[in-house]
Write a protein that binds this ligand. Sequence first.
Ligand SMILES: [Zn+2]
Length: 441
Amino acid sequence: MPTLRARWVLPIGRPAIENGEVVVAGHVIAEVRPARSGPCDLDLGDAVLMPGLVNAHTHLEYTALRGFTEDLPFFEWIRSVVQHKTHFDEKAWRVSAQLGALECLAGGITTVADNTDAGVTMEVLAASGLRGVVYQEVFGIDQREPVDGILGALKTKIDAHRRLASDRVVVGISPHALYTVRPELFDALIPYAREQGLPISIHVAESEAETMLTEEGAGPFADMFRARGIQWTTPEVSPTQYLADQGALTRMTLAVHCVQQSSGDIANLARSGAAIVYCPKSNAKLGSGVAPLPQWLATPGLRIALGTDSALSNNTLDMFEEMRFGLLAQRSSRKHATAPTARQMVELATLGGARALGLEHRVGTLAPGREADLIAVDMSRAHTTPATEPYGALVFAARAGDVRLTMIGGRVVYRDGHWSTLDAPGILDAARTGFKPAGQG
Ligand SMILES: [Zn+2]
């Protein structure tokens, strides 16, 4: 039984252990304890040994489009993304998702909740060793596109994904957003997800443009609908209320973003049982605002996770940056020096994500019987020395590049610059040479 030792062991949900050990037996954790005297299998020295990070909102297939869409308002940004998407084939999407998987593994991410349109991430997760949920995206706002056809195509994709599903990678659906999925399509998708036991991920209350559409029938989405002859009946309620009315917020739903929310919206979402994914860097980059994290944290029973979103709106899949920026954005905008705490951010990035995905009995903490999904973060470098307290060091000082070891289900998938499951040089080379923004040849 391999025993890993480090200066800090962070079980999450229990106090940190200074000079601790984790004993791994097969794919699970056998013991978490203070270090014993004598040799161990791997002494990580001045490092934090902790549960692998849960990135609760990604689009891995967009990773190689990093930097393609900069400095655009939300509506223009999403239109630009749609244009770029038309230029790549399935092979390219696979390379792009593999690049995302490399970045996740090297940055200590062991579980992802990934949205896919091209449908390639199922096989990429299966091959990479990453754990996760793959949500097949569905679009259909135009009433001239029959619901039956959209649902039929979705079912074919879900059946194909299920052939690659496993104990480690499961399938879900993502009705993309309220401005890309019309009510009749929600009426078909939500019962289908319920019957099939498919978890749901949906972008909710992200931009002001979305709020203007549902509350006033105005703004860039409304203008685009009118120009294209797309029927839209303005519900005159908030985006969160609208999606609750569509039946899209359930115990199986990840409500991603939730920036534009009133206290009534938060209560409504909490009642639905849906979990929230906080994506602070993406929200800041697109000028969407600062999500009401303190109100979420104060809402009993509300499950909250942390996500990077895609490289198109971030531009990194670095959960350390996400924890740091997510904390600083709150403290800065609310002029509050003590909330949220570093420890709360680490919990969102581990146990919070596990809870949001219904995986808290398997991952998110270090405890006997849990999956051996764990990472070692180096604390011996100039920018982290001295690491006197582990939570603050992780959130305020550490970065993805400080991860030395990533283990998933007892298997070492990344260690000191080397990936064991993916051909990193080949993927990096293909990503470097195979992707150019539209209009640049
Ligand atoms: Zn997204």
